[in-house]
Ligand binder design. Structure first.
Ligand code: NAP
Length: 238
């Protein structure tokens, strides 16, 4: 293994796979975490030397514990795994869809972060990157931004879950500041992935979003923590 080690959840495809590939390019040994062993191994083969598979379902406590037990030292954790199961506004979204979304996008991040904190604390420059979304910004959701203006209250479960993730980003950053752990959130922009039907044909390049994540993974010790950034490095208002 290289000296610097990173772990990316949901790294078998989409933005996560690009983040894993870029971190390898930056010289990290990267755990390509995937809930499905086969999909994870295929991604590792694609990425090549520097990548190694790790089975990790962020909603399964046993899976999280087994993965954490296999990792002794970690410099970078990217909480990327996420789902969006309903585009409906809150009143049209079933409670089960809310539950599934929160299980993955909120509780999964808490479970993984807490499980890997001992390994992160062994790093001289630990960094956590939480992959959030611009439409979780209260400011953008209430302002003149035409993408997320008040007339567009869709994806109620997804956006509220990512807003919870934003608050957790801030709280973890405040809690862990004394340990040197920097925790930031990323708004990756609309990207061509399997997150939603049709997105693969209409979204932008996921590699561009991955560069934003890697920027936060490589922050210097005097860099920000407890903040929300767009893929291009500009701050996103909470
Ligand atoms: P994607 O291609 O659908 O990838 C999502 C990844 O998360 C997949 O690897 C998926 O694994 C994994 N995943 C889902 N549930 C999981 C679980 N319980 N345990 C472990 N892994 C799990 O979507 P993406 O666009 O790359 O999404 C990556 C992140 O970016 C998400 O957090 C998403 O909310 C965020 N985001 C994306 C966009 C966009 O436009 N694409 C915009 C804003 C934010 P499987 O292959 O096994 O399903």
């Amino acid at each position: 293994m290289n000296d610097r080690t990173a772990l990316v959840t949901g790294a078998n495809k989409g933005i996560g796979k690009h983040i894993a590939r870029l971190l390898v390019t930056e010289g990290f040994s990267v755990y390509v975490a995937s809930r499905d062993a086969g999909r994870g191994e295929r991604a590792v083969e694609e990425i090549g030397e520097g990548a190694r598979p790790l089975v990790l379902d962020v909603t399964d406590a046993g899976s999280v514990a087994r993965a954490a037990a296999a990792v002794d030292h970690l410099d970078v954790l990217v909480n990327n795994a996420g789902i969006n199961v309903s585009l409906d506004p809150p009143s049209g979204t079933g409670i089960e869809d809310f539950r599934r979304t929160y299980e993955t996008n909120v509780l999964g991040v808490v479970a993984v972060t807490n499980a890997f904190l001992p390994a992160l604390r062994r790093s001289p420059h630990p960094r956590v990157v939480n992959v959030s979304t611009g439409p979780a910004s209260f400011t953008w959701s209430t302002g003149p931004n035409p993408q997320f203006a008040p007339g567009r209250p869709g994806s109620g479960a997804y956006r509220s879950a990512k807003a919870a993730l934003n608050m957790l980003t801030l709280l973890y950053a405040q809690e862990l500041a004394g340990d040197g752990v920097k925790v930031n959130a990323l708004a990756p922009g609309r990207r061509a992935t399997d997150l939603l039907p049709g997105l693969a044909a209409t979204g932008g390049d996921p590699a561009e979003a991955a560069r934003g994540a890697v920027r936060l993974a490589l922050l210097p010790d005097d860099g920000p923590s407890g903040a929300f950034f767009s893929w291009d490095g500009t701050p996103v208002p909470w």
